[in-house]
Design a protein around this ligand. Structure first.
Ligand SMILES: Cc1cc2nc3c(=O)[nH]c(=O)nc-3n(C[C@H](O)[C@H](O)[C@H](O)COP(=O)(O)OP(=O)(O)OC[C@H]3O[C@@H](n4cnc5c(N)ncnc54)[C@H](O)[C@@H]3O)c2cc1C
Length: 472
């Protein structure tokens, strides 16, 4: 079998095929696997280039829980609740927010927030708790991870047809600070603000996560210095010999034994691979280009992707600032850039002198294609100047401490759950396989998260195994 794409979804498929004793090759176009969850390293520390955390897996994330048991992230159970390895649990303090020149703990604005607004915050979070426990007419939870486990109740799915902004207005939420937090949250998970995503997606962000633990609270996330690159390394290790990097799939011809053209830039040759099945663990817009058979060719017309810029900034001293102490995730109120996470936060050394911070910037100020064009038109030096300005605006005390800035521009970073997308026709079509071609990518969920990528990878591998009972 052939797996195209070595992101989390492709690696999940590879691991499943490996466990089932199947003969397969995984082809990845980059020089390293991991896709949007890849990581890097320098003399100071390892650091993420994209995905940097996973929340405690929800009740429905059964495949992810199984993986976490296998990797020792879940070390046991106590009264039915998973016990998580302390090394993976985000150390305290986890989040802080810069407002009016002062750092406060947590991301929910507190400074200068009126009593009326505080009451609104309470009302909103109480409503999200109701949604978290809500079940549709079919008995399924209203909002789940993975998304396909969610209730099909039409009354709930109707929330997908309006924007989150319109729903909030309808529910009489209008406080500046709450709207900022919700917009920040949507930009953080979807790369698009609350006016661009559906109400279903906006509520999902708050209501789907119901994972609990025996040894920490529900809000704690799992993270590592290299972010989800830690998971990538362990997903790929068992079948490293079956991975071919710098192998770009340029064409897949459907048929009883599909034929794939792999371009190998180092040899400047095209390798023709015949296989019993092909798992396309690539974004939909890539699958639409490389599958040549019209009957199986995916339609990517309704898939929209947000571009992001990620910068890893090596510092000669730790960021500081007045108020709450340095946290793992550090955000400035009202800033277009989302803030940064600190790679050395999970290090066991108590007081590192140097660090790498990873700054995240969803480019959602323009429609995606225009934002991509603008981002590409800027050269690296211009981007580095912009990033340095944003960091120094948060931390004037870091003047002179920025040793280097490394950049990565993700043109199609995250699929956007625009109104009508999650429960619309395009996504439902994307879930249809065309044996012997099988599809796996997080964008099939309408949201880009580890749990979806991993689950779709497992699903595609299981379908491919059922399709081809003989281990070839
Ligand atoms: C900036 C950023 C931050 C994120 N933060 C988080 C986070 O904190 N937590 C979280 O859960 N998720 C996060 N995500 C989402 C992340 O995308 C998913 O968690 C997950 O990594 C997606 O995996 P995937 O396999 O679906 O897709 P991808 O990562 O897109 O993998 C697809 C792979 O296919 C390869 N490929 C594409 N075309 C070809 C071809 N023709 N031939 C061969 N190979 C090809 C690509 O190089 C890539 O390796 C973030 C994403 C970004 C961009």
């Amino acid at each position: 079998m052939l797996v195209i794409g070595g992101g989390v979804s492709g690696l999940a498929a590879g691991l499943r095929l490996h466990d089932a004793g199947r003969d397969f090759l995984l082809a990845e176009m980059e020089d390293q696997v991991g896709g949007h969850s890849r990581s890097g390293t320098n003399a100071i520390t390892a650091f993420p280039w994209g995905a940097h955390y996973v929340p405690l897996p929800s009740e429905e994330s059964t495949e992810v829980r199984r993986l976490f048991e296998r990797l020792g992230i879940i070390t046991g159970y106590e009264k039915g609740l998973p016990i998580y390895d302390d090394y993976a649990l985000c150390a305290d303090p986890d989040e802080r927010l810069l407002m009016y020149g002062q750092w406060q703990e947590g991301l929910l604005p507190k400074l200068g927030v009126s009593k009326a607004e505080q009451a609104e915050h309470q009302r909103f979070f109480a409503q999200m708790e109701t949604f978290r426990n809500l079940r549709g007419q079919d008995g399924r939870r209203a909002f789940c991870i993975p998304i396909d486990a969610s209730s099909a109740d039409p009354a709930l799915r109707a929330l997908d047809r309006i924007s989150f902004a319109a729903w909030l207005e309808d529910q009489d939420y209008g406080g500046e600070h709450l709207l900022w937090l919700l917009d920040y949250s949507c930009r953080d998970d979807y790369g698009a603000g609350l006016a661009q995503v559906s109400a279903w997606a906006g509520i999902h962000y708050f209501a789907a996560r119901n994972g609990r633990a025996a040894n920490t609270d529900r809000e704690t996330v799992l993270t590592w210095p290299q972010g989800n690159g830690w998971l990538v390394e362990r997903l790929a290790a068992p079948f490293a010999g079956q991975i071919r990097t710098r192998a770009l799939a340029v064409g897949v011809q459907d048929g009883p034994r599909p034929l794939t053209n792999l371009y190998l830039p180092e040899e400047d040759t095209v390798l023709l691979v015949e296989s019993r099945a092909v798992i396309l663990a690539v974004p939909r817009f890539v699958a639409a280009r490389i599958v040549h058979s019209p009957a199986a060719r995916p339609d990517a017309g309704d898939f929209h992707y947000s571009p992001w810029l990620v910068a890893n900034i090596s510092l000669d001293r730790l960021p500081a600032g007045p108020g709450a102490e340095l946290a793992w995730d550090n955000v400035a109120y009202g800033q277009s850039m989302l803030g940064y996470v600190v790679a050395t936060h999970q290090h066991l050394a108590m007081n590192p002198r140097q660090t790498v911070i990873t700054a995240y910037w969803p480019l959602d100020h323009l429609p995606p294609a225009a934002a991509r064009a603008e981002a590409l038109a800027r050269n690296g030096e211009t981007w580095k100047t912009l990033i340095a300005q944003e960091i120094l605006r948060m931390h004037p005390e870091l003047a002179g401490a920025i040793r280097r800035i490394d950049l990565r521009l993700w043109g199609h970073a995250m699929v956007r759950p625009v109104p009508g997308f999650i429960w619309g026709k395009a996504r439902q079509q994307a879930l249809q396989d065309h044996p012997p071609l099988f599809f796996a990518h997080s964008d099939m969920a309408g949201i880009s998260i580890f749990e979806e990528a991993y689950t779709y990878g497992i699903r595609a591998a299981d379908a491919a195994i059922r399709h081809g009972p003989h281990p070839t």
